[in-house]
Ligand binder design. Structure first.
Ligand SMILES: Cc1cc2nc3c(=O)[nH]c(=O)nc-3n(C[C@H](O)[C@H](O)[C@H](O)COP(=O)(O)OP(=O)(O)OC[C@H]3O[C@@H](n4cnc5c(N)ncnc54)[C@H](O)[C@@H]3O)c2cc1C
Length: 495
């Protein structure tokens, strides 16, 4: 393993991967380290998947600035990196007269933030655009620049493009401490040994406070885990085609009902601070909260067709806005601290962090330039990340052609989502090879249908075991000790 880099990025969530993609345009040796067995296993794969228009953040905050700067970048980004993105707009739906007045305030906030094209539509218009909407609606705020994406595809596409342009990713590699020479970072300690570097980008999500505290930066800054629970409905049931928010409260944007790029409807998230940053459990109370939230927007939603539950952790920080004119106590931190040389410090990147990721990445480059880093563009830099074939998205002619070329694409492994053996094997040989069941799930969408992997899982384990040349007993769901199988129950004759 090489042990000297110009820049080490801690954390391969959407922010770390986007930063790596942005930096990889320049002649820099970049390493991204990730403590988990795959990239994007934190907040970046457990969120609402909304590319926010930018009306929600408090004007004058970094959250507002980054959100509004990033939103228009998504069309080019999706085109270059080949991930799914649909700018279908979103609605904030009022259900009484008081909430209608709140929409006016939200519209004014949108205008202050510089969000284009927003206006209030009547109740009749809202009912026309979404026939399943609560019949008591009194009107809605329409944000045409809102969109939806597949957040994991975004993360992996950014990472793969960074790799294509020379960056290195190390999984199961945890940052432990900095190595300093006086007040200058000259390297880091990891569970796999020491690494030398000139710059470290702290993109550790929910653990960013613990990273910055290792060099005494912002000792008062604390990240709390604010859990958001979700439920996913079966595609075969009522499908909502729109992104529907309730009127926001002091607790946040509220429980939304939204379409996903994969055609399911999801409901969530609620917002509850938990003592344990790793507690991804879902709760009975949480489900009740989601049910009430869903009923407010779409009373006809049949939650009996729920097929899966999940939870994501927001990195809820206590950083006051740097803007002296703004009273706000939970802003993003995007800075190069004065007290230590070589650290780019990102903290409190909760929502709209997915949306803001490309603007945050650009800001990281700008901050490093201001700090004297000489950025020289690579002679050859490729902004395009080619996507791999997704069988179910192809027409019959394309499918036949693909199967002729590689018969593996003719063998369906996941029946609910039509995922083929060819796709699974392709992911094992991708720039970041999938090595766990969940890694395939995030990349190909297998196991996410009604049977939740009941049919495909044994076959995927078998394919993985053969292709990776390991015993099926070693295959894990998500790395570490998450083994599927505990032992052999019978040995076949001759086996
Ligand atoms: C419930 C919920 C809903 C949301 N909805 C939206 C939305 O609709 N739109 C939107 O724009 N934003 C949304 N967000 C916010 C968005 O998901 C996050 O802002 C974004 O994913 C943060 O990305 P990240 O890379 O900073 O963090 P993460 O994705 O958490 O990545 C941090 C990475 O750092 C790694 N790491 C931590 N410590 C170490 C270490 N010591 N060594 C090595 N690696 C380490 C972690 O394993 C992790 O992979 C939502 C968030 C949540 C939780």
């Amino acid at each position: 393993m090489k042990n000297e880099y110009d820049v080490v990025v801690i954390g391969a969530g959407v922010v770390g991967c986007m930063v790596a993609r942005w930096l990889a345009r320049y002649q820099l040796d970049i390493l991204v380290i990730e403590k988990e067995a795959d990239i994007g296993m934190g907040a970046s794969s457990a969120n609402s998947a909304i590319v926010h228009a930018g009306y929600d953040p408090v004007p004058g905050t970094l959250k507002a600035e980054m959100n509004v700067a990033a939103n228009p970048m998504w069309d080019t980004l999706a085109g270059e990196l080949n991930f799914g993105f649909d700018r279908r707009g979103d609605y904030v739906v009022a259900v009484n007269h008081g909430e209608l007045l709140d929409l006016e305030k939200l519209l004014q906030q949108a205008q202050k933030n510089g969000v284009p094209g927003m206006h209030i539509i009547t109740a009749a218009e809202m009912k026309h655009r979404e026939p399943n909407i609560n019949p008591d609606t009194t009107g809605a705020l329409w944000a045409p620049t809102g969109g939806i994406c597949d957040p994991f595809q975004v993360t992996i596409a950014a990472a793969e493009n960074a790799i294509e342009n020379g960056a290195t990713f190390l999984l199961e590699t945890a940052f432990q401490d900095f190595i300093l020479d006086s007040h200058k970072i000259i390297g880091i300690k990891t569970n796999r040994g020491d690494l030398k570097c000139r710059w470290v980008v702290n993109a550790a999500g929910i653990y960013a406070d613990e990273v910055m505290h290792k060099v005494g930066v912002r000792p008062e800054f604390k990240i709390q885990a604010r859990r958001g629970e979700y439920l996913i409905l079966d595609r075969a049931d009522l499908a909502i085609n729109n992104v529907l928010f309730p009127v926001p409260s002091e607790k946040g944007k509220g429980i939304l009902v939204t379409a996903t790029l994969h055609g399911n409807t999801i409901v969530g998230p609620n917002a509850n601070v938990l003592p344990d940053k790793e507690d991804h459990s879902v709760s009975r109370d949480g489900m009740d909260e989601l049910q009430q939230g869903a009923a407010k927007l779409v009373p006809s939603l049949n939650l009996r067709s729920t097929i899966a539950l999940f939870a994501g952790m927001r990195a809820y920080g206590n950083a006051p806005s740097e803007n002296p004119k703004v009273k706000y106590s939970s802003d993003f931190i995007i800075e190069i601290p004065k007290t230590v040389k070589g650290l780019v410090n990102l903290g409190g990147i909760e929502s709209p962090g997915l949306t803001a990721a490309p603007a945050i990445a650009q800001r990281v480059v700008d901050l490093m330039k201001d700090a004297g880093e000489k950025f020289v563009e690579r002679k050859v830099w490729c902004p395009i990340r080619p996507s791999r074939p997704h069988f179910r998205e192809m027409n019959q002619e394309e499918q036949i052609k693909l199967v002729k070329k590689d018969p593996g694409y003719g063998r369906i492994i996941c029946r609910c989502e039509n995922v083929t053996e060819g796709e699974i094997i392709a992911e094992m040989h991708a720039p970041i090879p999938a090595r766990t069941y969940d890694a395939f799930k995030r990349r190909t969408w297998l196991g996410t249908g009604r049977c939740l992997g009941g049919f495909d899982m044994p076959r995927v384990v078998d394919i993985m075991s053969k292709e990776m040349n390991v015993s099926p007993l070693e295959i894990t769901k998500k790395g570490g000790s998450s083994l599927f199988l505990t032992g052999i129950t019978k040995i076949q004759e001759g086996g």
